[in-house]
Design a protein around this ligand. Structure first.
Ligand SMILES: Cc1cc2nc3c(=O)[nH]c(=O)nc-3n(C[C@H](O)[C@H](O)[C@H](O)COP(=O)(O)O)c2cc1C
Length: 202
């Protein structure tokens, strides 16, 4: 499949067959997430894979009873770190920053003004959460290339999702929930506005 064909074949799948996803395909999908870029290369995220039947049922409840979550053999949940972890002087940013070829202090002084700007606007946590969206897009398109469908889900109760993962709201914010599996329904045609409507060239 070309990239365009994968984009065209992916659709928001609401019903999945019983067929399991092979481990190597799951690892490939996760690799697409891992290789996704993050702002300042900080990778302040994690990807949780939910396969356990009882956890899948709890996730279904946390997603307001969306059938896609129940019928899919697994869901991947993308999470972002909360504000304290984004501190330029904190251990996580320092560890991440120290991986780059330049000096850590140069890295931190590059990052600090943007951190201060986001903090001043009260946007730090949404910045962290939004990083996961890029990973989701890559994992979904990459999965379609393997014949595996998915559905981006923003409709969830964050407290319930964190509780079933055993995570603390002080540490993590939920970015998105994505069920993955082989489709148990016919692909719906794309409904999209035209490029003429969407694109403004300057
Ligand atoms: C950010 C985001 C949140 C979404 N949340 C949900 C959701 O909670 N439940 C759902 O069934 N679909 C959800 N969708 C799927 C969209 O409704 C769907 O992708 C859109 O209608 C386009 O259809 P297509 O993906 O088949 O091209 C979401 C999609 C995005 C991008």
């Amino acid at each position: 499949m070309t990239f365009l064909e994968a984009m065209q074949s992916r659709f928001a799948c609401k019903l999945y067959s019983d067929e399991k996803i092979a481990e190597k395909d799951l690892l490939t999908i996760l690799e697409y997430g891992r290789l996704t870029p993050t702002s300042f290369g900080l990778e302040l995220w994690s990807f949780h894979v939910v396969e356990n039947p009882s956890l899948r049922k709890s996730l279904y409840t946390a997603c307001f009873g969306q059938e896609s979550v129940l019928s899919a053999p697994l869901s991947i949940i993308t999470l972002g770190r909360t504000c304290p972890y984004l501190d330029p002087d904190g251990p996580l940013v320092q560890e991440r920053g120290s991986r780059f070829p330049g000096s850590l202090s140069d890295f931190v002084e590059d990052y600090r003004p943007y951190y201060d700007f986001l903090r001043g606007k009260g946007c730090l946590e949404s910045w962290s959460r939004s990083q996961g969206y890029l990973a989701v897009a890559n994992m979904m398109t990459g999965a379609a290339d393997l014949g595996i469908q998915s559905c981006a889900i923003e409709g969830f109760d964050e407290d319930l999702v964190l509780a079933l993962l055993g995570l603390d709201r002080e540490d993590w914010t939920v970015s998105m929930v994505i069920p993955f599996g082989y489709p148990g329904e016919i692909a719906r045609p794309k409904i999209r506005a035209s490029l003429e409507e969407l694109v403004v060239r300057h």
